[in-house]
Unconditional design. Structure first.
Length: 117
């Protein structure tokens, strides 16, 4: 039961942080790609790799922080929705492909760098 509570509380914290950061970035930038989701996902990917690399032996902390906080912070569903917006109603290939590459490739690299530190 403690596992579920840790994930639930951590996820709530991460989601609130994401919503706040999204509001901050949307008010400060105008970009052809959704920069707020990109930054949240890249920072979250780095932190997931970093924390996983140093906290593998601490199951409760990992559940709370990686699965909960960082799982709530990062967002695959929002990114997918934003990609759909680049193809509907008209295809915007530059935004679609640049955003896809930034999210997937740079996200993986960020996680790997975090883990390697």
């Amino acid at each position: 039961m403690i596992h579920i509570l840790l994930i639930m509380v951590g996820g709530g914290i991460g989601a609130v942080i994401r919503a706040w950061l999204t509001d901050v970035f949307k008010s400060k930038t105008s970009s052809p790609i959704p920069i707020a989701t990109l930054i949240v996902n890249l920072v979250g990917s780095f932190l997931i790799g970093f924390v996983f690399g140093i906290a593998q032996d601490y199951q409760l902390f990992s559940l709370f922080f990686i699965t909960g906080v960082l799982g709530g912070l990062t967002t695959f569903s929002t990114m997918s929705y934003e990609l759909v917006q680049f193809i509907s109603p008209s295809f915007k290939p530059v935004q679609f492909f640049s955003y896809s590459i930034l999210q997937f490739v740079i996200g993986f690299i960020s996680c790997f760098i975090g883990y390697s530190i």
